[in-house]
Design a protein around this ligand. Structure first.
Ligand code: ADP
Ligand code: ASP
Ligand code: MG
Length: 435
């Protein structure tokens, strides 16, 4: 059975919901995971923000506008009064519940409950629509099987054991909510923003699905940024490791957390475009493609930090001290390059930059470069393959390069350049690698 996940933009209006229903019915027996309609989770976050600030009027204002949007959607969505009435009852009840929280003491638990409503709404509306279309649909409440453990990590055994009984009931389409779950104490929780992809991949892994499809409203993965490079091609196939590199380096493909469960369960993931459903999309699996360079991605707002110290020469334990400083400020390091007397690192979270620089100065001379950009080239870059390094560096012939990182994995070379050189660098790489 295939898993089909549709993002918020794919269920963002009555017409989009109808299109999703059409796509789902073409698949045969399938399990569908939905996000909230686009904009909804942001509005729910805004409502929670007002309630934390004890601004009940602000909250009611956003609640009113959001409810009106839903009521308008269902007027367009359904063709029978019976469906409309059922959806309206659910919407009214949901928003009464949200309004109720404006009168309570507001805390983290109330916030989680509010954030959960978007996916509950979209799935109930879809259930009613599919029934209207004569589809035998079973809505499986995510809160009854999707669970995190005491570390906040998905509890794969629990998920599998509690999902499977639902799938023994006969249905053509199983439907469930992305994003929402319960924590180890059984309280309503979520898998963090953008978590619906994660839900789909956890389910796919739990049931050993044949394929996890992630449907979005844009054309799958490109070999370069189409906003910057004139001629890009669709990437039809990626290895999970390549997808992981691209996700970490900011390409909007799959959320990085999604890759692990699908990879381990060896379930292929396919990125599909709702606007162009017949296109094959991008397939991500464990099958390597020897010698192929797949794609280039870039991540802005990077800061490079260099520390130089003669104490590093022949010393041991120097890097540990440096890394501990970053760790103490919970700041992840993206790239690292070292020489015998110095080390350069890049970060994208600069909240503690001045504290980090202050502490690093205990160990050496520190310099900082702001407004940098990581460019990452992804593909089969096993070190025994010949020639790809020179093609990548050849492309950079006229562009100043601050750092080069290669050898950390078999799938990537990363370059750090000035943000102002990003477009030139991406264009040059496109010519050298894909022309
Ligand atoms: P949501 O995040 O609202 O649930 P989607 O996940 O379908 O909905 O996508 C939201 C937006 O993120 C899209 O409109 C699109 O602009 C952007 N996006 C999604 N996937 C990609 C991608 N592969 N490359 C670039 N942008 C993307
Ligand atoms: N609705 C949630 C969000 O906007 C989850 C998701 O769409 O993936 O973050
Ligand atoms: Mg999304």
């Amino acid at each position: 059975m295939k898993i089909m996940k549709f993002g918020g933009t794919s269920v963002g209006s009555a017409a989009r919901i109808q299109e999703v229903a059409r796509l789902v019915q073409k698949e045969g027996r399938t399990l569908v995971v939905l996000s909230a309609m686009s904009g909804t989770t942001n509005s729910l976050v805004e409502i929670a923000g007002y309630l934390y600030n004890r601004n009940a009027d602000g909250a009611r204002d956003v609640i009113g506008r959001l409810e009106a949007k839903y009521l308008k959607t269902i007027r367009e969505l359904y063709s029978t009064e019976e469906s409309r009435a059922a959806a309206e009852a659910f919407i009214r009840q949901t928003f009464e519940g949200i309004t109720g929280t404006t009168r309570e003491l507001f805390g983290a638990q109330q916030e989680k409950l509010i954030l959960a409503q978007g996916e509950l709404l979209s799935t109930h509306m879809m259930e009613i629509y599919l029934k209207e279309q004569g589809v035998n649909v079973l809505l499986i409440p995510a809160l009854e099987f999707m669970r995190t453990d005491s570390q906040g990590e998905p509890d794969q055994e629990y998920i599998s054991a509690h999902l499977k009984p639902f799938l023994e009931e006969k249905a053509d389409v199983y439907l469930t909510q992305g994003f929402i779950c319960r924590n180890a104490h059984g309280e309503v929780d979520n898998l963090q923003r953008g978590g619906s992809d994660y839900t789909a991949c956890l389910i796919g892994a739990a049931v050993g699905s044949e394929e996890i499809q992630i449907w979005t409203d844009i054309d799958g993965m490109h070999d370069n940024d189409p906003r910057i490079v004139e001629k890009t091609s669709a990437v039809r196939h990626l290895h999970f490791e390549e997808a992981a590199e691209l996700a970490y380096f900011g390409a909007k493909i799959l959320h990085p957390t999604c890759i692990q469960p699908a990879k381990f369960a060896n379930v292929p993931v396919r990125l599909k475009n709702t606007m162009e459903p017949e296109a094959p999309g991008t397939l991500i699996d464990n099958v390597p493609e020897p010698g192929t360079i797949k794609a280039v991605a870039a991540k802005d707002n990077i800061t490079a930090i260099k520390i130089k110290s003669s104490r590093m020469l022949l010393a041991h334990g120097f890097l540990r001290k440096v890394f501990e400083i970053f760790e103490s400020y919970r700041t992840p390091i993206d790239m690292i390059c070292t020489s015998e007397v110095g080390v350069s690192m890049s970060i994208d979270d600069t909240r503690y930059l001045s504290e980090i620089v202050h502490d690093l100065k205990k160990y050496g001379t520190v310099s900082v470069d702001l407004d940098m950009c990581i460019i990452c080239v992804v593909g089969d870059m096993d070190w025994e393959n010949l020639g790809f390094e020179s093609r990548v560096l050849g492309a950079m012939k006229d562009i100043p390069v601050r750092m080069v990182s290669y050898g950390g994995s078999n799938y990537n070379i990363s370059l750090l350049v000035k943000e102002e050189d990003k477009a030139r660098a991406l264009q040059a790489l496109s010519r050298h690698l894909f022309a």
